[in-house]
Each structure stands twice: as C-alpha cells, then as structure tokens.
Design a protein around this ligand. Sequence first.
Ligand code: G3H
Ligand code: 13P
Ligand code: ZN
Length: 311
Amino acid sequence: MALVTTTEMFKKAYEGGYAIGAFNVNNMEIIQGITEGAKEVNAPLILQVSSGARKYANHTYLVKLVEAAIIETNLPIALHLDHGDTFELCKSCIDGGFTSVMIDGSHHSFEDNIALTKQVVDYAHAHGVVVEGELGRLAGIEDAVNVSAEDASYTNPAQVEEFVAKTGVDSLAIAIGTSHGAYKFKPGQKPQLRFDILKEVEKRLPGFPIVLHGASSVIPEFVEMINAHGGKMPDAIGIPEDMLREAAKMAVCKINIDSDLRLAMTATIRKYFDENPSHFDPRQYLSPARAAIKDMVKRKIVNVLGCDGKA
Ligand code: G3H
Ligand code: 13P
Ligand code: ZN
C-alpha cells in the first residue's frame, strides 16, 4: 500500500462518529511504536512531522521510515506536515512525498490567512495533496513559538464558512480550549472545552472535518513517573480523555497528540536509567521507550479516538 490522503479516512470518521489520531514523529522508535500500536488494534493513522522534526531527523529519513512502516503494517497511513508556516515549507513537503499539509495562518489577519491558505491549497490540490487550515489561536508552545493564554483566541464560528469557501481547505483546525504542550491548565483550574463553538461550527459546515490540536491529556501517572526518577516537572494538567471522546463523536475527525508520547517515552527512559545506572546500550533503553509509545497509542485509539478496527 502507498501513503494515502486523509479524504477517505475523514469521510468514514465523520460518518462513523470517531476520529483519526495524528501523532507527531521524530525518529525510528517513535514511528515504530505508533505504527505497531495501531497495527495491533487495526486503526488508520496520520503521522505528522513538524518543521522542528524535519530539521532534527531530515525529510528523507522520515519519509523512508514511514514508507517502511507501511510495508511492515499494511495500514492506511497519511504523512502530514504539522504547523506549516510558509508556502515554501508546504511546497517542499508536497514535492517531497507528503500526502497532507497544514498551513497554519492563524497568526495572521483573517484576510492574510485566507490568501496564504489559498495559495497552498491551489498548489497542493494540483499535486493530489490535501490541506488543513486553522482559524483561532491555541495557547502553548509550538515550534519554539510561545503563544500566551492572553494571546490565544477561540475560533469565531461566524468566520468558518467564508474561510472554507474562499480557501478550499479540506479540513479546519479550530480553537475551543485545547492548547499545546504539557501545561494546558493551571493547578486547581477545571479543564473545559467550548463544545458550544464546536456545535456551531458543525452546524455551519455540515459534513466538514474538524481538527483539534493540543489534545494530549497529560496523564498524571507519567508526570509522577518522571518526577519519581529524578525529573522536576511542575504539576501538569491536560484535556480529559472523555471530553476528547465526545468531540470525536461530533465533527472532529483528527486529534493531534504529541506531548503524551513525549511524556511516556521520557518517563520510561528515566525509570530505566534509575534502575540500570550502569547500562549504556541505546537499544536497552529505547526498547521499553518504544513499547511505552505503542501502549500509549493503543490507549488513545481505544479511549479517545474510537478508530480501532477501522483500518
Ligand atoms: O504542535 C507542536 C507539536 O507538538 C510539535 O512540536 O514543534 O517541538 O516538534 P515541535
Ligand atoms: P499536544 O502538545 O497536546 O500533544 O498537541 C500536539 C499538537 O497539536 C501537534 O500539532
Ligand atoms: Zn498543533
């Protein structure tokens, strides 16, 4: 099987009341852990690459590793650019074999966001590639850009029809209270998502796939494990898994998860070194780290996404 676009995946997900997991990838062990987990529960996948990941691991290595994962698993997998910020970056990923790109124009004015997104859509569609746009601004850290809670803004549902009609995007990321990274809510704060905004967007764009970024749940067990083995993470609160499951039953067809994989991997490696201080063979500590990613992905597919058995 070759890489697929998200078109068919999203159509089935929308109709079936589930979402596809979009997991960030940076190296071989992460790609193996994610794809082996998805294989065990027979789930379709989106593997996404940020510009930071592309700089870290190199475009060709990542494409070839994902191609290898398809050969090994035979799963439907889309390869997606996460948070593309320029036309040139999107073009480079389209030319280099990605099947989906995000152009994140959410930092621009509405008009400039439309112009930039349309430029990417025109090029992508001419090359058989699908495009995710974004309206509204999430708080948190993405690719070294730190958006403070004050600068974050919910998506205005009154803008979505015009944005989709003028740009031709295939899916739309919206801001309803999720945020990037491990510190989404302050200790004592009650996590909340604006389901009213999601419902209004769904009403205005019937059948259209919606995307949620910043959807890690920051599972306390892993933060505690990091701190039990020499780490110093402050209290971290994420998005409750049951809220995300509700969103997946609605118009949300793609849910982005990165931080939960990072936490699982880091916690496992810290524990390993604590218990085996004399070991220095990377295969010894990367094997349990890869297994932790696999378990986390299975957990997300079953508890949050509901796409098990849908490959
Ligand atoms: O939204 C950002 C993703 O978690 C990717 O993070 O830019 O550090 O690779 P990164
Ligand atoms: P988290 O930091 O919540 O995992 O979000 C990841 C993301 O949105 C990638 O684009
Ligand atoms: Zn994101």
